[in-house]
Write a protein that binds this ligand. Sequence first.
Ligand SMILES: NC(=O)c1ccc[n+]([C@@H]2O[C@H](COP(=O)([O-])OP(=O)(O)OC[C@H]3O[C@@H](n4cnc5c(N)ncnc54)[C@H](OP(=O)(O)O)[C@@H]3O)[C@@H](O)[C@H]2O)c1
Length: 300
Amino acid sequence: MKIVIIGAGGRLGAALMREYREKYDLAGFNHAQLDLANLDDVRRKLGAMNFDVLINAAAFTNVDACETERDRAFRINAETPGILAEICNEKEAKLIHFSTDYVFDGEKRAPYTEEDQANPISAYGESKLGGEKNVLAAGDGHLVVRVSWVFGPDRPSFVDAMIKRAQQDEKIDAISDKFSTPTYTHDIAHMLLQFFDREIAGGILHFANAGKCTWQEYAQWALDCCRDAGISLKGRTVGALKLSEMTRLRQGSGGQAPWVARRPVYSVLSSAKYTELTGTAPRAWREAVNDYITRFYSKK
Ligand SMILES: NC(=O)c1ccc[n+]([C@@H]2O[C@H](COP(=O)([O-])OP(=O)(O)OC[C@H]3O[C@@H](n4cnc5c(N)ncnc54)[C@H](OP(=O)(O)O)[C@@H]3O)[C@@H](O)[C@H]2O)c1
């Protein structure tokens, strides 16, 4: 099976490259090698290749920048994914396109299923929802995989920022009234393996580690795991910050830049459909975070 990964330099794309390199005939494009804003280039480069599965892990992921660069956000996150699906149709290949929990408004208080109505409250969420629609409209068999709070070794995310702060400061805060589920790139790579066949599961599928938490609980767990792994930290306890304060301060950046885009306060994704299709359940987020920290921090 020949697989091509777009976004091979990103947090998720780089992890997929590593996990699949030895198992498949694999090629990848990072941003410098393929710009999704350049449709002629996309058509020319992908049109010249043969593959069975095209995985799009590239996106304009800066949620605040999407508010001020709407045209760019819609080009990269909405328009181009539809073109990718058309290119796949010509080759009878399957497109696996990644999307986000931010397509939801966050008003629900139970895990979002694939059947729940999307209602984005940011330009990023709107553009990603546009991408989902364009991919699914292009033909049956393509798969949209929504993920949340992605972490992994290939690019720092919230958990790494919290650990870094705890190494430098005694006082650490994180938001205590925003809920979702941290999800490990390694686990996404393994969950995805079962869906490469075009005949299996087109449509939308949610992938997340099991359980839910706030950012404060997530950060606290990460520091607890570090302590258990013998990693020395100055900060031990994560204080609570309210989401409303985040219109003034930005998490993880030392409180410098304010948030521009609105974020859903609750965006837990249900993995029930994944479990129904595969007969397996994703592991708990706490286990996944502990695994990440013991593998990638203990050695530092
Ligand atoms: N991270 C999360 O918590 C999270 C949550 C929900 C959903 N997702 C979704 O998961 C997928 C993977 O995200 P990630 O966490 O891996 O984000 P990431 O680390 O920001 O990776 C995105 C990649 O896309 C590339 N990219 C940006 N603009 C591009 C363009 N015009 N052409 C080609 N490549 C471009 C980026 O390259 P440069 O860095 O060089 O610009 C980067 O390598 C995305 O679909 C995202 O929407 C992520």
